[in-house]
Design a protein around this ligand. Structure first.
Ligand code: GDP
Length: 412
C-alpha cells in the first residue's frame, strides 16, 4: 500500500509539548524563557534581560523586525522532544490575549518569585488556566535572592491557589549560597558551579540526608493521599521507586489534582535542565489532551489530534512583519502542506497557504508541512484574524477548544 505523504508526521506527537510560561510581571518569565532557548541551542548567545538582547521580550513598536515579534511562539528541541513555547502576556490588562494563548497550549509552567510567592496576577492567570483545563507545573524562581524562601512560596501556592503542592526538589544552600537542589525522586544532588552551564550530579551530602528523607516522605504521603492507586503500588514496593512516583505525579498533573513544584534561579542558570525534564515527564503531549470540539450550524464534531483527519487549525496571533503577514496557528487535526487551500471560517473564503514557518528564536526554519499538534506561522493568508478557524474546504467547522467548564470526552 502506498503511504500518503500528507500523513507522515514530522515529530511523533507524543514528543511534542505546546507549552506556556505563566507568571506575574517580574517573576522571571523572560529569563526562564531565555535560559530554555539557550540550553536547547535555539539561540546562540545568552540574552540578558537588561542588555536588550532577549528574543521573546519584543517591543510592540518593532513591528518590522519579523522574527523577534513573532517570538509569540518559539520552537526548540530538548532531549528528543519538540517544545513550542507560546508567549502568554503576564499582565492582566491583556487577559483576552492570555485566554487566546491558553486555548492553544497543552500545558504550562507557572513561574513564581521565591521572595514574593504567589502574587495577585499569578492568581488571576492561574484561575484562567484552571478554566481552560491547562495542566501546570510550578517553578519557584530567584532562590538566590535575599529573603528567598521555598517553603513560604510553597505555602502561598497551597493557600492562594487552592491546590496541593507536590515538591520534588529541596534547595541546597540559601540565598547567595544557593548552589543546587536535591532531586527528591532519585535522591541525588544536582549542583551548579558558576561559569558552567550544566550541573554536576552526586550523592546527597551527608548533612542534608535526614532533611531530604523527611521531604521525600512528605512527597510520598501527599501523592498517596491524592492517588489511591499509587498508594497500592507504594505498598507493593519495598521502597517507592522514582519511576512509580513519577508516573503518579504525571497522572496528578494531567488531572489537575496537584502541582509539581521545582525551584531554581533562572538568572544564575540553575534548575533549568530539571525544569525541562519535568516538562517532558509530567506535561501532556497533544495526544494526551481531549479531542477538540468544533461546530457547524447545529452539529457538533470532535477532531482528534490525527494527521490523517481533515485539516483544522485555530489562529491565535497575526503579526504584520517584514517577512509578510504572519498568521500563527495551532493545528488540531490533519496535515497542512505548503500551497494548500484552506477555508477561513471567519470570512468564509478560501485562501492559499504560502510558506510554513517554524520560528526558532533568532531565525525561522521553513517547513513543507504542519501536522496535528503543531504550532507554526504561515505566510500568504490575507484575512485570518486571531480566533479564526482555518480548515479543509471539504470539511468545514468552527473550532471551540474544550474548557474546564465543558469537559469533552475524547472519542479518538
Ligand atoms: P518577567 O517580567 O517575568 O519576564 O521577568 P524577567 O525575566 O524580565 O525578570 C525580572 C527581573 O528579575 C530582571 O531584572 C531579571 O534579571 C531578574 N531575575 C530573573 N530571574 C532571576 C533570578 O533567578 N534571580 C535574581 N536574583 N533575579 C532574577
Amino acid at each position: 500500500m502506498r503511504t500518503n505523504p500528507h500523513h507522515r508526521s514530522v515529530d511523533p506527537l507524543t514528543a511534542v509539548r505546546n507549552l506556556g510560561i505563566l507568571a506575574h510581571v517580574d517573576a522571571g518569565k523572560t529569563t526562564v524563557t531565555e535560559r530554555i532557548l539557550y540550553l536547547t541551542g535555539a539561540t546562540h548567545k545568552r540574552g540578558e534581560v537588561h542588555d536588550g538582547t532577549t528574543v521573546t521580550d519584543f517591543d510592540p513598536q518593532e513591528r518590522d523586525r519579523g522574527i523577534t515579534i513573532f517570538a509569540a511562539a518559539v520552537s526548540c528541541v530538548w532531549d528528543g522532544h519538540r517544545i513550542n513555547l507560546i508567549d502568554t502576556p503576564g499582565h492582566v490588562d491583556f487577559s483576552d490575549e492570555v485566554a487566546r494563548s491558553l486555548r492553544v497550549l497543552d500545558g504550562a509552567v507557572a513561574v513564581f518569585d521565591a521572595v514574593a510567592g504567589v502574587e495577585p496576577q499569578s492568581e488571576a492567570v492561574w484561575r484562567q488556566a484552571d478554566h481552560h483545563g491547562v495542566p501546570r507545573i510550578a517553578f519557584v524562581n530567584k532562590l538566590d535572592r535575599a529573603g528567598a524562601d521555598l517553603d513560604a512560596a510553597v505555602a502561598s501556592i497551597r493557600e492562594r491557589l487552592h491546590t496541593v503542592p507536590l515538591v520534588v526538589q529541596m534547595p541546597i544552600g540559601r540565598e547567595d549560597g544557593f548552589t543546587g537542589v536535591v532531586d527528591l525522586l532519585r535522591m541525588r544532588a544536582l549542583v551548579w558551579a558558576d561559569r558552567r552551564d550544566s550541573f554536576e550530579e552526586g550523592p546527597v551530602p551527608e548533612a542534608l540526608r535526614e532533611e531530604a528523607g523527611r521531604r521525600r516522605r512528605l512527597l510520598e504521603e501527599a501523592v498517596a493521599e491524592l492517588h489511591p492507586a499509587a498508594l497500592e503500588e507504594f505498598c507493593a514496593e519495598s521502597s517507592v521507586s522514582a519511576g512509580t512516583l513519577a508516573a503518579a505525579l504525571r497522572e496528578l498533573t494531567l488531572g489537575g489534582e496537584g502541582v509539581v513544584v521545582l525551584c531554581g534561579s533562572a538568572y544564575r542558570n540553575r534548575g533549568i535542565e530539571p525544569l525541562l525534564e519535568a516538562v517532558t515527564a509530567y506535561l501532556p503531549s497533544p495526544l494526551d489532551v481531549p479531542a477538540v470540539r468544533g461546530t457547524l450550524g447545529d452539529t457538533v464534531q470532535e477532531r482528534a489530534a490525527d494527521p490523517a483527519a481533515p485539516f483544522a487549525a485555530l489562529v491565535f496571533k497575526v503579526n504584520a512583519t517584514a517577512t509578510g503577514r504572519l498568521t500563527c496557528l495551532r493545528v488540531y487535526s490533519g496535515t497542512l502542506l505548503k500551497g494548500d487551500a484552506v477555508l477561513d471560517m471567519g470570512v468564509g473564503r478560501t485562501e492559499r497557504v504560502g510558506r510554513i514557518l517554524r520560528v526558532q528564536a533568532d531565525r525561522h526554519a521553513e517547513t513543507d508541512r504542519a501536522v496535528a499538534g503543531d504550532i507554526v506561522a504561515v505566510v500568504g493568508l490575507k484575512s485570518a484574524r486571531a480566533g479564526t478557524t482555518l480548515c479543509a474546504p471539504a470539511a468545514p467547522l468552527v473550532l471551540e477548544p474544550p474548557s474546564a467548564a465543558e469537559p469533552v470526552v475524547s472519542v479518538a
